[in-house]
Design a binder for this molecule. Structure first.
Ligand SMILES: [Zn+2]
Length: 183
């Protein structure tokens, strides 16, 4: 049976959740910025990231997670993957969905959680620095890991995560994210 949907981006009828035209918009464009690897231009997926915690959010993030899977497949060796703050909210965790795409790697789910629930979206660097996430790490020590997050705005979160991991002798090789807003 063929199902007909409305494209989540443009609303036109489509045979999948994204029409062929809009699928081109979410084409990955890999970028490297210091130790952060990002897979999309933020402008192209801004609308989709807003599905986080909303209806279809899990499906949207699964679609966006595809380049994480390709990266995993092509990377020589098996990585330890730590999704940042992968708490379940409304039935799923968006960073866990991104990590889950990395089939051949070892996922260390629920090992790096913030102990406060401050929302950082739209907040200044000053606010972010004054209100640390207060991460707690409960995973294995003395290993190399790869961090996973959705969007890098100022890198405050990644740096804070790295500091906490360092105390457990956990070394961050690099970070994988959907989009990096830094220029
Ligand atoms: Zn569309």
């Amino acid at each position: 049976m063929t199902r007909i949907f409305n494209c989540l981006i443009c609303g036109e009828f489509s045979f999948s959740l994204f029409c062929t035209k809009c699928k081109k918009l979410i084409k990955p464009e890999i970028k490297y910025n210091d130790d952060v690897v990002s897979f999309y231009n933020y402008e192209n997926i801004e609308y989709l990231i807003k599905f986080k915690y909303k209806k279809f959010g899990n499906i949207v993030f699964k679609e966006l997670s595809k380049p994480f899977g390709v990266f995993s497949k092509n990377y020589p060796g098996k990585l330890n993957i730590v999704p940042i703050d992968d708490k379940t909210y409304k039935g799923y965790s968006h960073t866990a969905i991104l990590a889950n795409a990395m089939k051949k790697d070892k996922k260390l789910y629920s090992t790096l959680h913030s102990q406060n629930n401050i929302k950082y979206a739209g907040k200044s660097l000053e606010f972010r620095l004054q209100n640390p996430r207060d991460f707690k790490y409960t995973g294995p020590e003395n290993i190399d890991v790869v961090l996973i997050d959705d969007v890098v705005t100022t890198k405050t979160t990644l740096n804070e995560a790295k500091e906490v991991l360092k105390k457990h002798n956990v070394n961050v090789l690099f970070c994988l994210v959907l989009a990096d807003l830094r220029r």
